[in-house]
Design a protein around this ligand. Structure first.
Ligand code: FBP
Length: 552
């Protein structure tokens, strides 16, 4: 028999909490549709590109007889992109809904992400498989991948595979890009009269798939709680030993939601928010000066320790680095073969020197060698630099050390500086989902099933009122085209779901700004501790501070 931990055994038994209107018998839940909707921007263009799925109403659920809920159906499921705690519960929610409707209905899991549907690699998910994954972290039930479903050729393959397997609907669990493509797929299926529905589920620890209707993506809650536990532990260590400055990089490809949430949970001395850096056009030198000044102020009163949070995507928001990275991305994309033919790093560096603009060549040359090499590593499937592999935390330590030495020579800095670096990302993406994520994800899965049996397509599962207790949560479906606008991508205008970066006028950031000067100089650490799964609700069921502040 497979060995499992006591906690995992207990989590298998955990019954996720659901919004009231979807708690009952699936045969007694029907849709209540609102008014026609519009996209957030570029309405006419988006409408013309989504002539079949545009303008659909927001869906809610009410009590009523639904004769379709017990029809026998097959539903395909795809996990797309980076892992996020709760993915297994989304699938469990779909599975339980479907089996309550008709025990002969099937959930087909496509293996290894979106490529699974194109290559027809799949398994039927059974009771025993699902029971092994309830309330667990990870995406290992069927695996995930970053293949993009975007071409008509791929869409036609999806139709062929769905027809072959008699699949009535596909649920795509992914971030903004995957849900953008899910909406394109839904539109294509309608255009081709394929009779296959597509429902999206908002996933990503980065927290950047959110808007008026999608309050948060799943996984953000658990991941930020895991990172905050670790940051709190390091704060305690720093406050005990009083000898290190800890530079902690936190995941989040582009947006700084994770760093901001962790700052709110742990009250570090410094947290950089990339969106503010971009808005104020802060250079790397200015960021380094800001950090060095805080270290100096604390050091001069004998406090030679502290905590600095750095968002993973920072490097791409610093104006001179942004320009350099964009030039590098273009050069590597357009001269792929030529660049691959350069044998040594020295050859690559000299080739770049003659191809980059003068300004970017200077910035590149001034960077430490390791960072130069990291900037040239393989691009992701979107042609972007993989920020999780760039050691910004080490770059900052090096530059801050130089700056502090200058301040010392000038007689301004009297402290001692010893720094350690950390990167928290992969540690949090597969953690056992918090009660919030376990409940939220299971609800999203059950909602996906209810949207399918009610015949909807091009919708995203949604739960609102998430900052309140789950008995006040409201289940629904949001037409994905509502979240669209037109953006320049790879040289042309494309309809995409608008990515939610940190709102500098939003309450979470403003709260942080009102506190950061005090946190910088006075040790004000908070120690959130580990995620608690059992115990008082104020300990176990709290949403993120971001959600609470946003809805306060
Ligand atoms: P998604 O947007 O697909 O959810 O992934 C987010 C993320 O965890 C980022 O925070 C990180 O930069 C990236 O994935 C890392 O990607 P990979 O897993 O391919 O190393």
């Amino acid at each position: 028999m497979k060995e499992i931990s006591a906690l995992q055994k207990a989590r298998y038994q955990y019954q996720p909490k659901l919004p009231n209107e979807i708690k009952g018998d699936v045969n007694n839940i029907v849709l209540k549709l609102g008014n026609p909707t519009e996209s957030i921007d570029n309405k006419e263009t988006v409408k013309s590109m989504f002539s079949n799925t545009y303008g659909k109403p927001i869906a809610r659920f009410i009590a009523g007889k639904n004769p379709k809920a017990n029809e026998k159906i097959n539903v395909g499921v795809i996990l797309s992109g980076g892992q996020a705690p709760g993915g297994h519960n989304v699938i469990a929610g779909i599975f339980d809904g479907i089996k309550k409707g008709n025990k002969d209905s099937k959930v087909i899991g496509f293996l290894g992400g979106p490529s699974g549907i194109i290559e027809d690699k799949c398994i039927e998910l059974t009771d025993s498989i699902i029971d092994d994954f309830r309330n667990t972290g990870g995406f290992d039930i069927i695996g995930s991948g970053r293949t993009k479903l975007e071409t008509e050729e791929q869409f036609d393959k999806c139709i062929a595979v769905c027809k072959k397997r008699d699949i009535k609907a596909v649920v795509i669990i992914g971030g903004d890009d995957s849900n953008t493509n899910a909406a394109l797929l839904a539109e294509y299926f309608m255009k081709k009269n394929a009779g296959i529905q597509v429902i999206g589920v908002p996933k990503t620890i980065d927290g950047d798939l959110k808007n008026e209707y999608i309050e948060t993506s799943f996984g953000f809650d658990t991941a930020t709680k895991v990172y905050s536990e670790l940051i709190g532990n390091i704060e305690r260590d720093a406050n005990s030993a009083k000898k290190y400055w800890h530079f902690i990089k936190l995941m989040g490809r582009s947006a700084s939601h994770i760093a901001l949430e962790c700052a709110l949970q742990t009250q570090p001395n410094i947290a950089i928010v990339s969106e503010e850096v971009e808005e104020k056009k802060q250079t790397l030198t200015e960021i380094v000066s800001y950090i060095a000044n805080v270290i100096m102020e604390r050091g001069n009163k004998g406090e030679n320790f502290g905590i600095i949070l750095i968002p993973e995507g920072l490097i791409e928001f610093v104006p001179e680095m942004k320009k350099l990275i964009s030039e590098l991305n273009d050069l590597l994309a357009h001269h792929e073969a030529e660049f691959a033919g350069l044998k040594s790093f020295e050859e690559q560096a000299s080739w770049l020197n003659s191809h980059l603009s003068g300004e970017s060549a200077t910035v590149f040359k001034a960077l430490p060698l390791d960072i130069q090499k990291q900037l040239l590593m393989d691009r992701d499937p979107h042609g972007n630099v993989q920020v999780s592999r760039i050691e910004t935390e080490k770059l900052l330590i090096e530059m801050v050390t130089t700056k502090l030495n200058e301040l010392k020579v000038a007689g301004k800095y009297k402290g001692k500086f010893s720094a350690l670096n950390h990167f928290f990302g992969y540690e949090g993406r597969c953690a056992a989902p918090s009660n919030f994520d376990a409940d939220y994800c299971y609800s999203l899965g059950l909602i996906a099933f209810l949207l399918i049996v009610n015949g909807l397509t091009g919708y995203m599962s949604s739960v609102s009122n998430l900052s309140l207790s789950s008995d006040k949560w409201v289940a629904g479906g949001i037409p994905t085209t509502m979240m669209f606008n037109m953006e320049q991508r790879h040289g042309s205008q494309k309809p995409v779901i608008k990515k939610a970066l940190v709102d500098l006028n939003g309450k979470p950031f403003k709260f942080f700004v009102s506190k950061r000067a005090e946190w910088a100089v006075n040790t004000s650490y908070l120690f959130p501790g580990a995620i608690q799964y059992y115990g008082p609700t104020e300990v176990c069921d709290q949403p993120t501070k971001t959600l609470i502040l946003e809805h306060s």
